[in-house]
Design a protein around this ligand. Structure first.
Ligand code: NAP
Ligand code: G4F
Length: 347
């Protein structure tokens, strides 16, 4: 049985990837970090130990800031695959904690790769690095491809740039089967509530049920290429099953503004949203009730914004036979179904 180590197992992508790897019959070492209360809500329905199909789930304690814990895990389990998903992944927050973001997102990747080398796993362990479309930042080309120059615009993206090149370097210098997945935004009902899509589906469903008055939003004119996380973990898995390591973009090729996402969600919930005012004074009013349901709050603006991201995943389609199976509408439906049930449970 192959062993796969997943860092960031408790996050959105980790929760889908752990399930995918268990369905493939792997022994899955899901790395958790120390916390006073468990962060395992997204894995709550899984029981550690041997599963019905013979696969196995093991929780291991480690932190990307702590080489000793990573070395111990690598020594003990000698995984054939390492999926490095752990990160301080919030772009806005990275401006508040730039040093910590670099420590985990940049040096954390180095610690893992160097651990793979020092434990003698360089020729046997395959490594996936969770790279990001944020690397393209102030975009130099539309849509963005694997060959588009990087122009990062946040401490988060700069840390991920270091991790990207470290991954390439360990591939070239030590022959590690190391791949960068340059993933465009992907969302799901498991998305953290601080990210724009989930903030909107969670907030709008709560407003609909009278549990919340309004949403306070940042720059609604930013455009993103939003896919479904379930499709994107399939791509991560495929990258490590190839005969040679490489770097791939995963994206839908379709872009929407945060405003479009918000308008679609509100209209599905039967609001009649109309905009009044401009800039920080802009407000979204529900014509049916006359209430203000959306306000602009500059707290959510970023010192440097990434205004536009849209990816070309031709290489992944051709070489990995990867497809984004969920449409934009499917994504919204899935998130709204989940968040409406959650809001109903809070009434
Ligand atoms: P997420 O939901 O924020 O999950 C982040 C995970 O990292 C959590 O499990 C978190 O643990 C863990 N973590 C944070 N700091 C850690 C540390 N010091 N040591 C060990 N674990 C730590 O992120 P996601 O959306 O699933 O994204 C997964 C990865 O893909 C991230 O690296 C992200 O930067 C990258 N990425 C995401 C997207 C996207 O659109 N989702 C796109 C491109 C790239 P706790 O649960 O304990 O906090
Ligand atoms: O949902 P977001 O916070 O995601 P962002 O910054 O694009 O980063 C996510 O995707 C990256 C891949 O491109 C990942 F690498 C990263 O880890 C993370 O998963 O914001 C999306 C856009 C931004 O332009 C932001 O300014 O939405 C805009 N926005 C407008 N109002 C808002 C809000 N973002 C947040 N979080 N909250 C708002 O109220």
């Amino acid at each position: 049985m192959k062993t796969s180590l997943v860092t960031g197992a408790t996050g959105q992508d980790g929760s889908y990837l752990v399930r995918k790897l268990l369905s493939e019959g792997r022994r899955v070492c899901a790395m958790l970090r120390c916390s006073s209360t468990p962060h395992t809500a997204r894995l709550a329905d899984l029981t550690p130990g041997v599963q019905a199909n013979g696969s196995e789930l093991i929780y291991v304690l480690g932190d990307l800031g702590d080489s000793a814990s990573l070395l111990r895990i690598l020594e003990e389990y000698r995984p054939e695959e390492v999926y490095n998903l752990a990160a301080q992944s919030d772009v806005r927050r990275s401006f508040d904690v730039p040093e910590y973001t670099g420590e985990i997102d940049a040096l954390g990747a180095l610690r893992l790769l160097e651990g793979i080398r020092q434990t003698g796993l360089a020729s046997t362990t395959r490594y996936y690095q969770a790279s990001t479309s944020e690397l393209f930042g102030e975009v130099r080309e539309k849509p963005q491809r694997e060959t588009t120059p990087f122009a990062p615009r946040s401490p988060y993206a700069i840390a991920k740039l270091y991790a990207y090149w470290t991954t390439v370097n360990y591939r070239e210098a030590y022959g590690v089967f190391a791949c960068n997945g340059i993933l465009f935004n992907h969302e799901s009902p498991m998305r953290g509530e601080n990210f724009v899509t989930r903030k909107i589906t969670r907030g709008a469903t709560r407003i609909r049920l009278g549990l919340q008055d309004k949403l306070r939003m940042g720059n609604l004119d930013a455009r993103r290429d939003w896919g479904h996380a379930e499709d994107y973990v399939e791509g991560m898995y495929l990258m490590l099953q190839q005969s040679t390591p490489d770097d791939y973009i995963l994206a839908t090729g379709e872009e929407h503004s945060a405003r479009e996402f918000l308008e679609l969600v509100f209209s599905r919930l039967d609001f009649q949203l109309e905009w009044e005012g401009s800039g920080v004074n802009e407000r979204g009013i529900d014509r049916k009730s006359g209430k203000t349901v959306v306000e602009i709050d500059p707290t959510f603006f970023r010192p440097t914004e990434v205004n536009y991201l849209c990816g070309d995943a031709t290489k992944a389609r051709e070489k990995l036979q990867w497809r984004a199976r969920h449409s934009f509408d499917d994504l919204i439906d899935d998130m709204l179904r989940h968040d409406m049930a959650l809001a109903e449970s809070e009434r």
